[in-house]
Design a protein around this ligand. Structure first.
Ligand code: INI
Length: 137
């Protein structure tokens, strides 16, 4: 799932995630990209998707950038806490791929520029978790 807010960054995270999935043999027929307005909306949809029984894992991709007010704290906090809650409730891995950055530049660096691509890393974490759960069952 990918938030539309800060789409310049999140689209790069999503591209990185899809790239990682492809490299691990996951075809497009097994990938659904669901869009939500912003990071704040991620938890509800993550919970719904996770509990649907249709998905091996749910990847939550978003980007929250600090502004001049404390709005950032509410949005980032709600996303992080809500995704953690969804991960506990869904019986599949729900992966935290939401960037929380001070500046757009920092975010872009983590979305495929200097500091790797956190979407790619999130997808790899999802694959590791799916494989781990399969072994544990
Ligand atoms: N949503 C984000 O994903 N990132 C942000 O940086 C952000 N800021 O800064 O406001 C943001 N706000 C929107 C929020 O996620 C909700 O979509 C909105 O409040 C409606 O519930």
């Amino acid at each position: 799932m990918a938030a539309r807010f800060n789409g310049l960054v999140v689209d790069q995270l999503a591209a990185g995630a899809v790239d990682a999935l492809h490299r691990h043999g996951v075809g497009d027929d097994r990938i659904d990209v669901v869009r939500v307005p912003g990071a704040y909306e991620i938890p509800l949809v993550a919970r719904r998707l996770g509990k649907s029984g249709k998905y091996a894992a749910v990847l939550c991709l978003g980007c929250v950038i600090r502004g001049d007010t404390d709005h950032y704290d509410y949005v980032a906090g709600a996303a992080a806490n809500g995704i953690a809650g969804a991960a506990h409730e869904a019986d599949v891995p729900v992966i935290f791929g939401v960037l929380t950055c001070d500046t757009l530049e920092q975010a872009l660096q983590r979305a495929g520029a200097k500091a790797g691509n956190k979407g790619f890393e999130a997808a790899v974490a999802a694959i590791e978790m799916v494989n781990l759960l399969a072994k544990l069952l």
